[in-house]
Design a protein around this ligand. Structure first.
Ligand SMILES: [Zn+2]
Ligand SMILES: [Zn+2]
Length: 200
């Protein structure tokens, strides 16, 4: 379902065939109630066919697969041998995280500071004007922040935009209101640039 070498998720397209999409093609994520081990997320994604469809992703596929933890095997062209890529990627990811380099980050507006995060904390994504509006529920303070980021900031683990846009708005806690406020704030363009340095 997730291919770590191409950073793409595969979902069936109701129009026929499979759709391979990036995390930045997700439009909405919501954790399904009930299924706790493993947690399952319902995803609305922008399909290559032009429509949006629903798909299901496990917590592991969201947060761990992009780091290579379910990558499987690949053919090493130098040695012509099938090798296990998962071990190497996992090692590298673990070392970087231990060194303070997080795979994903965002700027928490209520706390006025950058925070490390995992994709399961993203819940709304809207492209526009060359960037991506991203709503994140902060793992530390549980408040919602909206950042304007590049697609690689979301799709490529350990890639962080040097500067991101931060919507200067305290969002409601009710999920229904957040969706409306998110759209309204993105259009109002009331955002400010913040530096994303986690060690700052
Ligand atoms: Zn489709
Ligand atoms: Zn926070």
């Amino acid at each position: 379902m997730y291919d770590a070498l191409t950073s793409r998720y595969t979902f069936p397209c109701p129009g026929g065939g499979d759709s391979r999409v990036a995390l930045s093609d997700f439009r909405e994520l919501s954790r399904l109630p009930g299924a706790a081990h493993p947690a399952v997320y319902r995803v609305r994604f922008a399909c290559r066919c032009g429509e949006e469809h629903l798909g299901l992703v496990s917590h592991d596929e969201l947060d761990w697969a992009p780091l290579g933890l379910a990558a499987g095997s690949f053919l090493n062209l130098m040695t012509s041998r099938l090798e296990d890529v998962a071990g190497e990627l996992t090692d590298l990811a673990a070392r970087r995280i231990q060194g303070g380099d997080w795979p994903w980050s965002f700027f928490c507006y209520p706390e006025e500071r950058p925070r490390p995060v995992f994709p399961s904390a993203f819940f709304l994504l809207t492209p526009g004007g060359g960037s991506l509006g991203l709503a994140v529920r902060c793992p530390a303070c549980a408040k919602v922040s909206v950042n304007l980021v590049s697609e690689p900031h979301v799709d490529v683990p350990f890639h962080h935009d040097h500067e991101i846009g931060v919507v200067e708005h305290f969002f409601a806690d009710e999920p229904e209101r957040i969706v409306d406020e998110f759209a309204a704030e993105l259009h109002s363009a009331r955002f400010d640039a913040r530096r994303l340095r986690l060690d700052a």
